[in-house]
Design a protein around this ligand. Sequence first.
Ligand code: UD1
Ligand code: CA
Length: 458
Amino acid sequence: MEKIQNSVIRCIILAAGLSKRMKSYQTKIRMPFFGKPMIEHILEAVSRAGIEQPVLVVSPGDFAALEALYQDRAKVVVQQAPLGTGDAVKAGLTAITDLQTDCLILCGDTPLLTSQTLHDFIQTCLSSRASAGVLTTNIDHPGHYGRIIRGPDQQFHSIVEYKDATDAQRDIHEINSGVYFFHTGLLREALQNLSTDNQAKEYYFTDTLSYLRQKGHLVHTYRINGEEEILGINTKIDFARALQMANRRYLEQLMSEQGVVILDPANTYIESTVHIGKDTIIKPFTYLEGQISIGERCQIGPFVCMRGNKPIQIQDSAMVGPFSSLRGGTELEEDVHIGTFVELKMTKIKSKSKAMHLSYLGDALIGNRVNIGAGTITCNYDGKKKHLTRIEDDVFIGSDTIMVAPLTIHDHAYVAAGSTLTEDVPAYALALGRARQINKPEWSLQKSPLREKDTSQK
Ligand code: UD1
Ligand code: CA
């Protein structure tokens, strides 16, 4: 993306709405969306487009939290009451003093917008020498977006909100994306002339564009294709649609740029914080969330969940699944196999080790070539503290072993099936931690004297 030439561009991001249509306890721009708060997506797109220190307009209730998070990346200002998008821009403009600049205006609820589109939009606004510009798109089902009204010459005339539109206007398929570009001085002038004379009784920012047009200024329109990039999240239904689009976009990037094999993209969720190497196969119903790195030629899935607030690292040729759950702090070296109904947490497993069935391994360090039998459990938590289990190289853990941490099983040791271990096991030893089996001969015959011994050949 080439750099935008000869221009100082400021930016205002609107994020002070009440999000009533979301029916949530928190405002939508703070909701986690595809791995980070919704607002962070637009902040990143702005920064990648080369625009520094945008002004972020927020509600009084969000101010403290958002300032703490973003004060080094944005100037956070408050809109005292949600009187409409026009009033919000006015609040944002108090933080911009140089009226000789240009100003990009964005909504905080469009997380799919890319820096490339912002860049192209700004370029066409600058080269058209217009006083203001708006990004538009044509969509089949324009729903509640504002409609772009054009004059007989096809030039921009005004934007009509859905609530205020006539039936004929609602039939228009070209909509306002909520992305605008203004000469800052003219923006200030236009804002002084807004009214609340509309169905919502709000200051509509969109009216600034028709004001400038009426004053004889050129208002540029830049039309892109499709709704995907500009999808505004107003409801939980929009949220789900946008999330699906963000996910699909990232899966396509993994396939086309990283050479990852994804067998069923429609049933796979991978956040953009997950890095995956070449020829790794992702099988259906895989859910990967958070800081995860997966090497090359691994096989993941089907039905695998990896998530947690600490990083997860998986090296080349590891196999995970089906039905495995990997939580934060899991590290698997090359050729490790993790199988059905195995849960790992804060556990490092060195190369060529296997835990194939029904196990919980938490707070454990496991060496090379270790075999963990079915039903093995680390008892890592005593109700107050977490304790470590160490299993050294070439250890064989028999099925149904309970390891009460802290303890160490030294290299080449064997643990008999069904053991409960409370002490360390020396290298090369066999540990038996189970009650000895007693067989009482012909016990069932004595218990019920009427039963006769079956002597027929079996
Ligand atoms: C707005 C546009 C509409 C456009 C759509 C694109 C207006 C009047 N309408 O409608 O033409 O098609 O965006 O997505 O601008 N906000 C504030 N303070 C307020 C009100 C809103 O900061 O007082 C913020 C919201 O947090 C949001 C953004 O402004 O991030 C847009 O507000 P929203 O209520 O979602 O506007 P739409 O109805 O979607
Ligand atoms: Ca919106």
